[in-house]
Design a binder for this molecule. Structure first.
Ligand SMILES: NC(=O)c1ccc[n+]([C@@H]2O[C@H](COP(=O)([O-])OP(=O)(O)OC[C@H]3O[C@@H](n4cnc5c(N)ncnc54)[C@H](OP(=O)(O)O)[C@@H]3O)[C@@H](O)[C@H]2O)c1
Length: 221
């Protein structure tokens, strides 16, 4: 399978690359802002700031007519100054650009590549912090709203792309030990990615537009 991953240089994105690359039948397109060569035959690296139109255009050119079985929108930011009373407008807008708008714009750019594949799957790595019903503790205005919004946009994509046979999944990785998750997180990247890979592997078009945790549990909006 051909798999394209954003934010592939560290954290969950890098773990996705490493696990998928273990299967030599897979071809991995690892996209990041500052790509570094990975010592693997079946991994190519590509420059992609997900907010940069020029990078998206260049990536589209590089991909040509190559099919993409799994397009993984993983790149994300938490945003700073996101508590009530100290909201920073520019940080909020930037977070929306990365977490919410980029997955849709990159999907638009690469939709023919996904439609030309066998698996035809788009994965948005979102967060349970974007669940409105789960929000009992408040705070984190910037991050929470960016993930709620991408959930809504992802559901629209799932409806719009159904006739092309494309499955759109909204996946929560769990609380994972990365730069974003911090040292107290409950999961290691290995376990989170193994779980999400299983969800992706088993998903069918009937699951399109569903919000799943890494362990396959459905999450309420
Ligand atoms: N860790 C958790 O507990 C947790 C929980 C729920 C959801 N998530 C979600 O999981 C995803 C991955 O998070 P993580 O924990 O691996 O975070 P991380 O360790 O902070 O890594 C974030 C990744 O996103 C990339 N990125 C940020 N802005 C970008 C941009 N403009 N263009 C391209 N890449 C960009 C970073 O690249 P640079 O190195 O260039 O900055 C990095 O590769 C995110 O969507 C996050 O919201 C994580």
């Amino acid at each position: 399978m051909n798999i394209l991953i954003t934010g592939a240089n560290r954290g969950l994105g890098l773990e996705f690359v490493q696990q998928y690359a273990e299967n030599s039948q897979n071809r991995i397109f690892a996209c990041s802002r500052n790509p570094q060569t990975l010592e693997k035959e079946n991994v190519s690296t590509h420059k992609l700031d997900v907010t940069a139109t020029e990078d998206i255009d260049n990536l589209k050119q590089q991909m040509g007519e190559t099919s993409i079985d799994i397009l993984i929108h993983n790149a994300g930011v938490y945003g700073s100054k996101s508590g009530f009373g100290s909201i920073d407008v520019d940080s909020w807008i930037h977070t929306l650009k990365v977490n919410t708008i980029a997955p849709i714009k990159l999907s638009e750019a690469l939709i023919d590549n996904v439609a030309a594949s066998d698996k035809k799957t788009i994965v948005i790595v979102t967060s349970k912090m974007g669940s409105i019903s789960d929000n009992t503790s408040g705070g984190s205005y910037v991050y929470r709203s960016s993930k709620s919004a991408v959930n809504m946009a992802g559901v629209s994509m799932s409806r719009d792309l159904k006739e092309k046979g494309i499955t759109v999944l909204l996946l929560h990785p769990g609380w994972v030990e990365t730069d974003m998750g911090g040292p107290n997180a409950l999961l290691k990247p290995k376990e989170s990615i193994e779980g999400m890979r299983k969800v992706i592997r088993e998903a069918t078009i009937n699951d399109s537009g569903t919000f799943f945790a890494y362990d396959g549990q459905k999450i309420n909006w």
